[in-house]
Design a protein around this ligand. Structure first.
Ligand SMILES: NC(=O)c1ccc[n+]([C@@H]2O[C@H](COP(=O)([O-])OP(=O)(O)OC[C@H]3O[C@@H](n4cnc5c(N)ncnc54)[C@H](O)[C@@H]3O)[C@@H](O)[C@H]2O)c1
Length: 404
């Protein structure tokens, strides 16, 4: 039986591991955070979204093995890399986690015969890092290591598609690499689509997410204009959606968060700029999106909320998830905290930490009896506005999606 290890037990690696457990392989989960590995070994899952499936489908030490030392696995046949690719403090792509992961595989006594990179990277990066860390040991140079890139398309909280149902794009350093990767992924995913090159697959991922960013930014601008005209933008979207072709709905918001949409367009822009290619539409869209929390704050100030008791409904970066990474609601919370007495409510996030201070989500009862200003950030908060009689003196929807 082959040994397959997933590097990185986060939002992408953990669901992939759950999918792999059903393949006939010995499955290992590896993470540099040893406290996380200890937790997983105790049968506990750190990601709310996956807790239920984890406890049903994973028996640590029997069908899955969690390790904080790659060498403890012995011979690794297949390694799949799902580590973070954030932006650095200058706003440029930070590939250092991927580099460390590939490096750690290259330092094993026996290198894996197949390595698949799932993390989002800049175009050309997979080829470059494979050459840098393995050079003559790559199969294209008569070595034994085969390299693939397969962009993760996980959409946390989306109940319509599980990761095995989402068509899986796969590319390889050579046709042989691609075929080896496809052999594994066809036993895990329902549809595998082979890309002709690593770069086509890398660009596909960046195109998907940049497309979302640009359209969200456009939706925000349309929301502003339709509100100016006194038209509810939600209705405009619903009407446009009735067209069976040529239109795709994007909702406006106060900004974007998570690990993909605020980040991936910068991977595209950074590489394009190096080649002297300008992408002003993408640049403007990102600027508009990044200014979202500040513009929302300014709008709220105009509505007269300074010094008031304020409650934000929803602090996660989108509906239905507990992920607060890059959440625009947190940015707004920080801005409001300086000027108002601010609280938050989120049925998926119990606590946030800002500058070393903990803030706890208020209870449903507190919410209903709240007398100050309620700011509806996401659809979970909308539930209260729709279903219950709030005591709030004012309810504001910065996305203008609720007729109040
Ligand atoms: N979260 C999403 O919805 C999503 C969707 C599609 C693609 N992606 C991409 O997938 C990649 C992973 O994202 P994520 O959200 O799962 O990140 P995450 O932060 O949730 O998890 C990454 C994990 O990798 C671990 N790690 C870091 N360096 C490591 C190393 N050298 N070896 C082993 N483990 C290491 C971290 O400790 C962490 O637990 C990123 O490139 C991201 O852009 C994310």
């Amino acid at each position: 039986m082959k040994n397959v290890v997933v590097l990185g037990m986060g939002y992408v690696g953990l669901p992939l591991l759950l999918a792999l457990v059903k393949s006939k392989k010995r499955v290992f989960g590896y993470d540099i955070k040893s406290s996380l590995i200890d937790l997983l070994n105790q049968g506990e899952c750190h990601l709310n979204l996956w807790q239920e499936r984890f406890s049903k489908e994973i028996t640590p030490g029997e069908n899955t093995f969690f390790v904080s030392n790659l060498k403890s696995i012995g011979k690794i046949d297949i390694a799949i890399i799902c580590v973070p690719t954030p932006l650095n403090i200058n706003g440029d792509p930070d590939h250092s986690f991927v580099e460390t992961a590939v490096q750690s595989l290259s330092e094993l006594d026996i290198e894996p015969s197949l390595i698949i990179l799932e993390s989002t990277v800049a175009p050309g990066y997979t080829r470059a890092i494979a050459e840098k860390c393995f050079s003559s040991r790559l199969s294209i140079h008569e070595g034994s290591v085969h390299f693939c890139f397969s962009p993760e398309r996980e959409d946390p909280g989306n109940k319509n598609y599980s990761n095995v149902e989402i068509p899986k794009i796969l590319s390889g350093l050579s046709a042989k690499c691609l075929n080896l990767g496809a052999e594994l992924y066809m036993s895990v995913f329902n549809h595998v689509i082979k890309a002709s090159s690593l770069e086509a697959a890398e660009l596909c991922k960046l195109h998907e997410n940049t497309f979302r960013a640009v359209n969200i930014s456009y939706a925000n601008q349309m929301r502003n204009y339709s509100t100016h005209l006194g038209v509810n933008f939600d209705e405009v979207i619903s009407l446009a959606k009735s067209k069976p072709f040529g239109f795709m709905a994007f909702n406006s918001g106060i900004g974007v968060g998570g690990h993909c949409i605020p980040v991936d367009p910068h991977f595209l822009l950074s590489e394009a700029h190096k080649s002297g290619i300008e992408m002003p539409i993408v640049e403007k869209a990102m600027m508009e999106i990044e200014n979202g929390p500040r513009k929302t704050f300014d709008w709220l100030v105009k509505k007269g909320i300074l010094g008031k008791d304020v409650l934000l409904t929803g602090i996660a970066y989108k509906d239905g998830v507990s992920d607060i990474r890059c959440s625009p609601a947190i940015e707004l919370f920080i801005l409001l905290k300086k000027k108002c007495n601010v609280h938050f409510w989120d049925n998926k996030v119990s606590q946030i930490e800002i500058d070393g201070n903990a803030f706890i989500s208020v209870s449903d009862d507190f919410f209903k009896g709240f007398h100050g200003v309620v700011i509806v950030i996401n659809d979970t908060g909308k539930r209260f506005v729709d279903d219950s009689k709030l005591s709030a003196s004012l309810v504001l929807d910065p996305r203008y999606r609720i007729t109040l």
